[in-house]
Ligand binder design. Structure first.
Ligand code: ADP
Length: 572
């Protein structure tokens, strides 16, 4: 709760202005029965029209001001709620952005989408109406009780019995409703996850003509969602009906007791009218409380899911005394490192490796042996379980993550292009790059000629609404990004898919240009491309089992020689 309220702080002025207006509205509503009573008692029997009209004009003025306050509450109150919601959404997004790869390995995109969007939808309503409803309800309830005391204590006694029943009932229903609402949110997150997965895989689905299968899978989730909603509405309906019953009975009781008192000549008709008007004023806050409970359960269920994410932290954090490095030389040392993914199977154990600045080291070995893993440890995408990695003699955990990653350029197998233009995608390597720099980078990455052939050149859209680039073109865009970033260390993950020879040569040329003067780690899939590497490290399940130059490893006639010969045979 304190965490929730901490989001109110930056907007507290708006919040208190809203409460003030709400208090005014409550006071205006409360004054209505009293004013009616006053006018009946003082004017109806007389013919003092002037005072009567002045009195009526004052009431109209009061309601006009009340309308202004209502406008403020409805508009600025919601605005306040929306600000809280927006702040929360910004924080959860920032939090997710800072998580390590392990977090994303274990979390589905659809789930995260749901937490960022749906789960926070009701926060506006809760943040705005919640405190306001509670506050107004408190004011009007206590106000009407006190004012009624001035009429007849017997009526207050009835209300005093009635009120705890309502509060108890509300408190008991809250837990049920909350669980039901959380369930609805979980199911919508599952729908999001399923949708995300099915739509990303639509091409596979269509080629296998599995649309019916996908529809059935979706329908299952959809049904679960429906069932969850049904549960929620059932709980809601019970809650409302019970409360409605209490409130209707209240009117009957007031009439009964009031009628009895009148028949006993202990009360006059005006007081009974006032009392029934008060019971209406009294029911208003009860309705508000009901609405509050509804908003509270749905809003809080979302907020709980929000805090669940905000509390899981798999961030790779800087040590308090982490240093920023400007430009690394590029000496890299893996010292006795051990690493396992979250699922626990050890991938690397007691691995040692030393790379001198400017050297190119190629990693080869069977797929799944840990080459990619070995390289992802350097930018600290994952944290080591044991041992350490140093850059220029300094433990990488002593370097600020941001400055460490600035030293490293990474070209992955499947390049991700963001929705946007080609230019924007290249400029991702240096967001403030000038057009000349971008074009120069594209030339060096051998992609410039391909780009100018498209309709709009550098302004051509890529991604879902734009053109599709081939695997080879995407790789060269990724290389252009790195030219712009210009880091001293490179990690190149060669594309596994075979490219045509012309593209292959272009990529090779740009890779070589990129690697010049930089410490380079290449994850090689085709051994022909790495013959010139300064060193080749052969990774197997036992870690790095052989190291050396191409000729020395061939001469050794070990795993490398057999891998090389197998590929040579394959390629003829
Ligand atoms: P290579 O690059 O040599 O093909 P990887 O480094 O990708 O090998 O994988 C090494 C091992 O780690 C494999 O057994 C793989 O299944 C496992 N692995 C890779 N990535 C992950 C991950 N994100 N989570 C869990 N296990 C993984």
């Amino acid at each position: 709760m304190r965490y929730f309220l901490s989001y109110f702080k930056p907007h507290r002025k708006l919040f208190f202005a809203d409460l003030l207006c709400a208090a005014f509205i409550a006071a205006a509503d409360l004054s209505f029965p009293m004013l009616t009573r006053y006018s009946i008692n003082n004017f109806l029997g007389t013919s003092d029209f002037r005072s009567f009209y002045i009195f009526i004009a004052c009431m109209v003025a009061l309601y006009a001001v009340r309308t202004g306050a209502q406008y403020f509450v409805t508009y600025f109150g919601h605005l306040f709620g929306a600000r809280v919601e927006t702040d929360m959404r910004r924080d959860i997004f920032a939090h997710i952005e800072s998580q390590s790869f392990s977090f994303f390995d274990g979390t589905r995109t659809g789930q995260l989408m749901s937490r960022i969007t749906n789960d926070l939808f009701e926060i506006t309503e809760l943040a705005h109406h919640g405190p306001e409803d509670l506050f107004i309800a408190f004011l009007t309830l206590s106000g009407s009780l006190i004012l009624m005391l001035t009429i007849r204590w017997e009526l207050v006694a009835i209300l005093a019995i009635f009120l705890p029943i309502v509060i108890l009932h509300t408190a008991l229903s809250r837990k049920n409703l909350m669980a039901a609402s959380k369930n609805v949110k979980e199911k919508i997150a599952e729908i999001n996850t399923a949708t995300e997965s099915s739509i990303s895989g639509i091409r596979v689905t269509q080629i296998f003509t599995n649309e019916e299968y996908e529809k059935a899978r979706f329908e299952k989730n959809n049904r679960c969602y429906y069932a969850a909603k049904r549960g929620f509405y059932r709980a809601m309906a019970f809650f409302h009906c019970r409360l409605d019953f209490f409130t209707s009975i209240l009117n009957v009781i007031i009439i009964a007791v009031g009628g009895y008192l009148i028949m006993q000549a202990k009360m006059n008709l005006t007081d009974l009218i006032t009392a029934t008007l008060f019971s209406a004023a009294f029911l208003q806050p009860i309705r508000r409380l009901t609405a509050f409970v509804e908003q509270y359960v749905t809003g809080m269920a979302g907020f709980k899911r929000f805090t669940e994410i905000m509390r899981t932290s798999e961030e790779i954090k800087d040590k308090p005394n982490a240093v920023r490095i400007d430009s690394a030389k590029g000496d890299i040392e893996y010292e006795n490192i051990g690493f396992a993914y979250n699922n626990g199977t050890t991938v690397l154990d007691k691995v040692n490796l030393s790379i001198k600045a400017g050297q190119t080291v190629a990693f080869v070995g069977p797929s799944g042996s840990g080459k990619t893993t070995l390289c992802s440890l350097l930018p600290r995408f994952y944290e080591l379980n044991s041992g350490r990695i140093t850059l220029d003699g300094r433990d990488i955990t002593d370097i600020s993550v941001e400055s460490l990653r600035r030293q490293i350029g990474l070209v992955q197998q499947d390049v991700f292009l963001f929705a946007g233009t080609i230019k924007e995608n290249i400029a991702y390597g240096k967001t403030d790059a000038t057009d000349e720099e971008i074009i120069e980078a594209a030339r060096r990455a051998e992609i410039h000629d391909d780009i100018i052939k498209t309709d709009k050149g550098y302004d051509t859209l890529v991604g879902e609404r734009g053109i599709r680039l081939s695997g080879g073109q995407k790789q060269r865009i990724a290389i252009a990004r790195i030219f712009l970033k210009n880091p001293p260390i490179l990690i190149l993950d060669e594309a596994t898919s075979a490219l045509d020879t012309a593209t292959e040569i272009k990529i090779q040329k740009s890779f070589e240009r990129l690697a010049k003067g930089r410490t380079t780690l290449v994850i090689a899939h085709r051994l022909s491309t790495i013959r010139n590497a300064d060193r080749i490290a052969v990774v197997s399940d036992e870690g790095i089992c052989e190291q050396g130059t191409h000729p020395s490893l061939l001469a050794r006639n070990g795993l490398y020689a057999s891998l090389y010969n197998a590929q040579k045979d394959l390629l003829g």
